[in-house]
Design a protein around this ligand. Structure first.
Ligand code: LLP
Length: 418
């Protein structure tokens, strides 16, 4: 459920007409709804009511906007980060360092030092080599790093190949068969205190079966590690729950997911950690755009909008579907190709799509753009970086300024020998 709906024939975000935001901020612009963010944060937590001891860490990569992080911090969420930059954002939004989990396959020495100095709660380490580096860095600082070992359970998440992370040939984590040996060797090092294991098999999962398979393997590993004398106090089950991008998508509900987790983790006697991203922010954001012109095509017309693949990369990268709706629909429909102005054919949001009829100058939205939207924006084709707005009831604020092409150009210089 979200708070983007038609009121008297006009699309609103909560109590703000989207046309007002377009007039005042311009387009393209991401628009987030605070009420939707808070609702999703609460629904996800409520779904986990059957899990006694838990820690929720919002996956910052899905939407690192400071205002969004602040809203989620207000709902009791910690953060899952994958770079020093993301960590600094989480801290700036008021998330306690101890509630931050630092994931990622390529943490640098500098990032480890930075995170340790801030008092980060946990590192999820992805290789023996990384664990050794972390131990050395922490030891040299006179600290002990809390860490969990990320396991690659070799389970097919059944999602798009580019967002699948739990197959043996993916770069993430260490295999189940080598996990216990690595855990043992790392636990003997000074500077690092292993406290558990972590798993994350992929994103936009539309079935619970692969999660259940992965969690069951993790349960066996936890028992095995305990048998070898390791005190396992934390198990991180990652994120990955899908959201409905299309009417016929039917992702498991947070309640179904929570029931599965409660059942599978019963008796684990550990803090169960979660790293949800998309399920919290996906439907809490739309990308508001204006139609530049409609150009005839061989079959369908091309609706050229002022948002492009540099603003919303998901369709170009993953053939992702985002519903397209007119802000002031007249009740008629057309079949069209929706494209941006960028000079390559991958700048296509949809082909032959049945949409509200739109004409040059009309406003429209791409739905379910709150996750992996603005954060993946670039300035390709020397376009600016898209602005972001947060709506709260009948008020709204710009929470990320549009960065103009001139500002981007100002960061470049031509050497005097040219
Ligand atoms: N934890 C880890 C270790 C992750 O790698 C990810 C996502 C998450 C949590 C959050 O997963 P979520 O709950 O959002 O599914 N750019 C792609 C998605 C990449 C996901 C990367 N990892 C997209 O636009 O679909």
């Amino acid at each position: 459920m979200d708070h983007f709906s038609l009121v008297d024939g006009q699309l609103f975000a909560e109590k703000v007409p989207l046309s007002r935001i377009a007039d005042e901020v311009g387009t393209p612009v991401y628009v987030y709804s605070r009420a939707t963010l808070e609702r999703h944060a609460d629904v996800f937590r409520d779904g986990l009511a059957g899990v006694e001891r838990k820690h929720l860490a919002f996956a910052v990569k899905s939407n690192p906007n400071l205002a969004v992080l602040k809203v989620l911090a207000g709902r009791g969420y910690g953060a899952d980060v994958v770079s020093a930059g993301e960590m600094d954002r989480a801290l700036a939004a008021g998330i306690a360092a101890g509630d931050i989990v630092f994931s990622g396959v390529g943490k640098t020495e500098a990032e480890m030092r930075h995170a340790l100095a801030q008092g980060v709660g946990q590192f999820n380490i992805e290789s023996e080599e990384e664990g050794r580096m972390l131990a050395e860095v922490a030891n040299a600082m006179g600290l002990t790093a809390s860490a969990s070992l990320r396991i690659n359970p070799d389970v097919d998440a059944g999602t798009h190949a580019k967002i699948s992370t739990g197959k043996a040939d993916n770069k993430f984590g260490v295999g189940l068969h080598v996990g216990p040996g690595i855990y043992q060797r790392l636990s003997e090092l000074p500077g690092i205190a292993l406290r558990g294991v972590a798993v994350h098999i992929g994103s936009q999962l539309l079935s619970l079966d692969p999660l259940e398979a992965a969690f069951a393997k993790i349960g066996e590993l936890v028992a095995h590690l305990r048998g070898a004398g390791h005190a396992i106090t934390h198990v991180d089950l990652g994120g990955g729950l899908g959201v409905p991008y299309q009417a016929d998508n039917d992702p498991p509900s947070p309640a179904d997911y929570g029931a599965l987790v409660a059942r599978v983790t019963k008796g684990w006697d550990a803090v169960i950690q979660f790293e949800p991203g998309r399920v919290i922010v996906g439907n809490a954001g739309v990308l508001l755009t204006r139609v530049i012109r409609v150009k005839p095509g061989i079959h369908d017309p091309f609706v050229v909008v002022d948002a492009a693949m540099n603003d919303l990369a998901r369709p170009a990268l993953y053939d992702a579907w985002h519903d397209f709706e007119a802000v002031a629909p007249d009740g008629t429909r057309m079949s069209a190709n929706i494209v941006g102005p960028i000079c390559e054919s991958s700048d296509t949001f949809a082909m032959g799509r049945d949409i509200d009829t739109v004409a040059a100058g009309d406003l429209a939205i791409f739905r379910t753009a709150g996750a992996y939207g603005a954060t993946m924006a670039s300035s390709y084709n020397s376009r600016g970086i898209v602005a972001e707005v947060l709506v709260d009831g009948d008020r709204f604020a710009v929470v990320a300024n549009r960065i103009s092409p001139a500002e981007i150009m100002a960061a470049e210089q031509v050497p005097d020998w040219l």
